[in-house]
Design a binder for this molecule. Structure first.
Ligand code: NAG
Ligand code: NAG
Ligand code: NAG
Length: 347
């Protein structure tokens, strides 16, 4: 693999001591050769991509509507020699946005797809950090369609202990199904679930149980400059939203392999965890970044109300387009900001 990647990670391990550093280097070496062994047909191409253009910003989205927003913007300029590489069924697109070297990839939906893809991106390419954008449902009544949330932390809310009927109150947040019985609340045999955290493994650290995954503080703070960004208000030539969408900074998000379209659960998530957006990938992207010690930021545009209120006057498709376009706008501005901070290598 390229010297560039090895060198950067070498310096990343400095304060862990020499022994640790050697271990990291060795592991790194082994991991990379497993990922793209020297006999892999793309081995040489990947080396050239890293040496000529690295380090890159990894731009990650989950599904076609979000990728189409990027294509439609024409902001991504593909590399004229190697515009893309296919690995494990994903297309890694190599180029620039606003003059910053970027590799973008669509992960596929839900946490496993997101985690796998970000890990490949980090293993194979010389990546400075990950920018993730996409659509989301909102659980916060103060957010409207088209608003973009700059997350400050995200939790995986799809992991729980399913408890016995009449069991003791647990240590963590619980959802009691009987509370939602009709016509009056009571009990039922599905009893309750207690939310549990995730296991975070990361370089040089023992495994840690976590619930909230933080966004990297320097990147998060840089993104505060994006709050006055002008976002798109119109779905098409004839239909515009009643209010101008806004960038909302520093809210919490939740992720699960669950599409939330239910008012009671939406309200529960907001009240119990203060989450403003719900999606199916963000926590996996952030966890993969934390595992690898790489900075990461998440921008999610509101495409639906997660089950609340009147059905929109607009088609779901056009709301998703607008949400994806607005989230992309914020991501692109951020790439412009971070671009000036990326160290360049002597090639
Ligand atoms: C949610 O936010 C409110 C204030 O906005 C705070 O009082 C409460 O402790 C928070 N709850 C959780 C679970 O973070
Ligand atoms: C809900 O969103 C608004 C922004 O529109 C924000 O000020 C508020 O703090 C959010 N609520 C919580 C609990 O995060
Ligand atoms: C514009 O969007 C609105 C709301 O989604 C829809 O009802 C209308 O048919 C669209 N008009 C055109 C010209 O696409």
């Amino acid at each position: 693999m390229s010297m560039v990647v090895g060198k950067r990670r070498w310096w990343g391990g400095v304060d862990l001591g020499v022994v640790m550093m050697i271990i990291i280097l060795c592991n790194n070496y082994v991991k990379q050769s497993l990922e793209l062994r020297s006999s892999h047909p793309l081995h040489g191409v990947v080396d050239r991509v890293n040496e000529k253009g690295g380090p890159y910003i990894g731009l990650v989205m989950a599904y076609p509507t979000e990728e189409i927003a990027l294509e439609a913007s024409a902001l991504f300029v593909p590399n004229s020699h190697v515009p893309w590489l296919d690995l494990s069924g994903r297309r890694f697109n190599i180029g620039t946005i606003r003059g910053v070297n970027v590799i973008y990839v669509m992960t596929g939906e839900q946490t496993l797809n997101a985690g796998i893809t970000v890990q490949i991106l980090l293993d194979v390419f010389d990546i400075y950090g990950i920018v993730h954008y996409g659509t989301a449902g909102t659980a916060n009544d103060s957010l409207s369609i088209g608003d973009v949330s700059v997350l400050n932390s995200v939790a995986f809310t799809g992991s729980w202990k399913w408890k016995e009927f009449q069991s003791e109150k647990g240590e963590f947040s619980e959802l009691k199904f009987g509370t939602y019985n009709l016509p009056t609340m009571g009990g039922n045999l599905l009893a309750k679930i207690e939310f549990t955290g995730e296991q975070l493994y990361s370089i040089g650290q023992p495994m840690e149980k976590v619930f909230w995954l933080p966004i990297e503080p320097k990147w998060f703070s840089l993104a505060s400059q994006l709050q006055d960004l002008k976002l798109q208000q119109c779905m098409n030539e004839t239909y515009c939203l009643p209010e101008t969408p806004k960038v909302v900074y520093g809210l919490k998000g939740s992720t699960a392999d669950i599409f939330v379209d239910n008012t009671a659960f939406r309200t529960f998530l907001f009240k119990e965890f203060n989450v403003s957006t719900v999606d199916e990938e963000s926590s996996a992207v952030v966890m993969t970044c934390l595992t690898n010690g790489v900075p990461c930021i998440v921008f999610r545009g509101v495409s639906d109300l997660a089950g609340e209120g009147e059905k929109l006057m607009t088609s779901a498709g056009s709301a998703s387009c607008l949400a994806a376009t607005n989230a992309l706008s914020v991501a692109v501005e951020f790439i412009g900001l971070i671009g000036t901070a990326i160290p360049t290598h002597d090639h």
